[in-house]
Design a protein around this ligand. Structure first.
Ligand code: GRF
Length: 193
């Protein structure tokens, strides 16, 4: 459990690679008075991330890091995050796997959202695999990030029913809508609110 002193909000960096719909929901949540967090940084590995536009809309600092040279890129990113006195990192559609060293330097303070009921369907193309296996349910999970992909301690999950006619596009839409509610709930939970 994370203890906050006084009413100071915890400073969060959100890491994205794409659309940033989870980023948007986290920003809106952070702007609520009851929210224990503020979003202070938006970071992407991809200069074309649509989600980067939220930096301008919500007046949040943004920065792109080239992570093709992983060591060097991560080193710069870590330095920038530390300089900005960030307390926690939220991965939201961030498509790069962070190194052991990076994760170690933010131990227990990196969260991720994944579009399946972990430990089932780790990795990519979850919805497609869920359909192929004729699952009746899928869902989404917020978990702590550890060096092993999609395997850290689960904070919260939401189960979603799959209808027979659901395509992977429909499932994606349903799951995303739930993700937008789940990430804020996970944050409330870890900050004991
Ligand atoms: C979400 O489904 C999330 O679970 C996964 O990537 C997707 C990101 O969507 N890790 P968005 O960029 O937040 O819209």
């Amino acid at each position: 459990m994370v203890k906050l002193t006084g009413y100071k909000k915890a400073k969060i960096a959100v890491l994205i690679s794409g659309n940033g719909s989870n980023l948007k929901s986290l920003i809106r949540f952070s702007n609520l008075k009851v929210s224990p967090i503020s979003i202070n940084l938006i970071i992407s590995n991809n200069p074309k991330s649509r989600g980067l536009r939220f930096a301008k809309i919500y007046k949040i600092k943004k920065k792109v890091f080239d992570l093709k040279k992983k060591n060097l890129g991560e080193k710069k990113m870590l330095k920038y995050i530390k300089k900005n006195e960030i307390d926690h990192i939220c991965l939201a559609g961030f498509m790069k796997i962070l190194s052991k060293n990076f994760i170690k330097s933010f131990k227990g303070k990196i969260l991720n959202i994944h579009p399946s009921l972990l430990p089932k369907y780790k990795g990519l193309n979850t919805h497609k695999r869920v359909i192929e296996n004729r699952e009746k349910y899928t869902g989404c999970t917020v978990h702590f990030v550890t060096p092993e992909l999609d395997s850290g301690k689960i904070i919260i999950q939401k189960k979603i029913r799959i209808n027979k006619k659901d395509t992977s596009h429909i499932i994606k839409r349903k799951v995303l809508a739930e993700e937008h509610k789940l990430y804020p709930k996970a944050i409330m939970r870890i900050f004991n609110r």
